[in-house]
Design a protein around this ligand. Structure first.
Ligand code: SAM
Length: 256
């Protein structure tokens, strides 16, 4: 599948299903069952700073930074419906942001060497051009500007519970690799009666693309949240899995 075809298919999903995701993957959350901004404090000096969100969705993270006195807020997203929701949500809360409807992969009318922070919560993995997207993000940032992003951890897509119809075996089910860690090919996934197209990039793919774009890594986080890790009574498959492998990954990197 060509990149434009992938982007159009994903755009269609988000236009039709934006309302289902209203405020679900936004700061302070970096991911489900994952450490949050309240634990990490990656945006500790946001007051008076300029920030750009890539894949800003419903605008909840922009509001989070506006509440903390960010000076200027911009957002990019490919879905009109998401941006309509974001504009309305920010307006209701007395804030504005410059919102751009476009794929992140495109050449955008965004100032260069301008932002103190660029960030993306569960957005970057949608790109069909990781290196090009990281290069663009580096160009938007000032020197020493910070780029923060979270996404599914690669292992989370490779590992699943073995399933069996037999009750005694269900109780002893194990986590197994059902996909190669090295497989970065695109796959189509049915969601909400529609389809999305994604790929599962290796952690080294992110790290090498960041280095090539001119970033140094300040922190890479794989830690699931304390509540999940210490839970005693929650025996759900999701929690048991989260106790064994990272569900999300989050990077804080600096433009050099
Ligand atoms: C899981 S949501 C993230 C939402 C966001 N963190 C929030 O607070 O609502 C992913 C978002 O990425 C957007 N998206 C998907 N592919 C994109 C692309 N190629 N360029 C820009 N945005 C994209 C979708 O429209 C959607 O709003």
């Amino acid at each position: 599948m060509q990149p434009t075809e992938i982007i159009n298919k994903n755009k269609q999903y988000w236009e039709e299903n934006a309302d289902l995701w209203f405020g679900t993957t936004a700061l302070p959350t970096y991911g489900v069952k994952f450490v949050s901004e309240d634990d990490l404090h990656f945006f500790k000096d946001i007051s008076g700073k300029k920030a750009l969100e890539i894949c800003c969705g419903s605008g909840h993270s922009l509001k989070y930074l506006a509440d903390r006195n960010a000076a200027e807020l911009w957002g990019v997203d490919l879905s009109h419906k998401q941006l309509e929701n974001a504009a309305a949500y920010l307006r209701e809360n007395g804030y504005t942001a410059k919102l751009i409807c476009s794929p992140m992969e495109a050449d955008l009318d965004i100032p260069k060497n301008y932002f103190d922070y660029v960030y993306s919560i569960y957005g970057i993995g949608w790109t069909t051009d990781l290196q090009g997207t990281f290069n663009k993000i580096a160009s938007y940032l000032k020197k020493d500007g910070i780029f923060i992003f979270s996404w599914h951890h690669t292992l989370n897509y490779c590992v699943a519970w073995s399933c069996s119809q037999r009750k005694e075996e269900v109780e002893n089910s194990q986590l197994v690799f059902n996909k190669s860690y090295f497989d970065e090919s695109y796959f189509t996934m049915p969601v909400d009666g529609s389809e999305i197209v994604l790929c599962n990039r290796k952690i080294s793919t992110y790290i090498n693309a960041l280095a090539k774009a001119g970033f140094i890594i300040e922190e890479m986080v794989e830690q699931n949240d304390k509540q999940t890790m210490e839970s005693v009574n929650d025996n759900s498959d999701k929690t048991k899995k989260a106790k064994m492998i990272p569900i999300s990954v989050c990077f804080k990197v600096r433009k050099i």
